[in-house]
Design a protein around this ligand. Structure first.
Ligand code: FE
Length: 243
């Protein structure tokens, strides 16, 4: 995928988010996800920065720790706080198949990018929250994906690793945009496990990818909110876990 195509797709998706206030998922999670400060700093064009979700991102992020208690009162003002756009009760994030390439025991690491690795940089970030929109601290977010050529490392832990959500429920992991492989559009596998809780296994997708519609596993509910950042992108998604 070319950069120009990404930018076009991102612009279209941003406009959809603004118009639809949450997009296709029907839940508030993607809208909440769009409030990341990374997204705000990565909106160089006038068109993209016109999005309320981007311009209000810094204030939304600063409110993340109190989002749970404030969600009922601020939920009506979704333009001022995307975290608050997670109106309780939020719909739990759908699970998706693990697929054949999961490897247990991956290491904790904030970046999956290795020296000399090809691919477009991607900062994967967002929150893990309850259906009451309360941030979940200490949740394990375990990621695995194909490389830019569509190949998995099934012998080691290349492009495999996990991070743990911080005091605001936020996770951030540096990676690359995965390549497509036969039968599958661009996707990132994720397992989200709260401390002492059940694991959500699912997959994340990218807006504007032509192969999405031909992928039988693809779901628009699991689209990342993608914004440009430097020579790559920020992809944001907030996971809503059932109690
Ligand atoms: Fe896969």
């Amino acid at each position: 995928m070319t950069r120009s195509r990404w930018l076009a797709a991102t612009l279209v998706f941003s406009l959809v988010v603004v118009a639809g206030c949450g997009g296709a998922s029907g839940s508030s999670a993607p809208a909440a996800a769009s409030a990341s400060p990374a997204a705000a700093s990565a909106s160089p064009s006038a068109a993209i920065s016109a999005a309320p979700s981007a311009s209000d991102a810094s204030s939304a992020a600063s409110d993340a720790s109190s989002a749970g208690s404030d969600s009922s009162s601020s939920g009506s003002d979704s333009s001022s706080s995307a975290v608050a756009a997670c109106s309780a009760p939020a719909s739990p994030t759908p699970s998706q198949t693990e697929g054949p390439y999961f490897t247990a025991g991956s290491p904790e690491k904030s970046s999956l990018v290795e020296p000399g690795m090809d691919g477009t940089p991607l900062t994967l970030t967002g929150f893990v929250v309850t259906t009451e929109c309360t941030p979940i601290v200490g949740a394990k977010v375990d990621v695995w994906q194909a490389d830019a050529g569509g190949t998995y490392d099934n012998a080691g832990y290349r492009l495999r690793g996990y991070v743990v959500t911080d005091a605001t429920g936020r996770y951030t992991i540096e990676t690359i945009v995965p390549g497509e492989y036969p039968g599958r559009t661009e996707h990132i596998h994720v397992k989200v496990t709260p401390s002492g809780g059940a694991t959500l296994t699912t997959q994340l997708y990218f807006p504007g990818v032509s192969a999405n519609d031909a992928d039988g596993i693809y779901s628009p509910d699991m689209l990342l909110d993608v914004m440009p950042q430097g020579d790559g992108f920020v992809g944001t998604f907030t996971f809503v876990l059932a109690a």
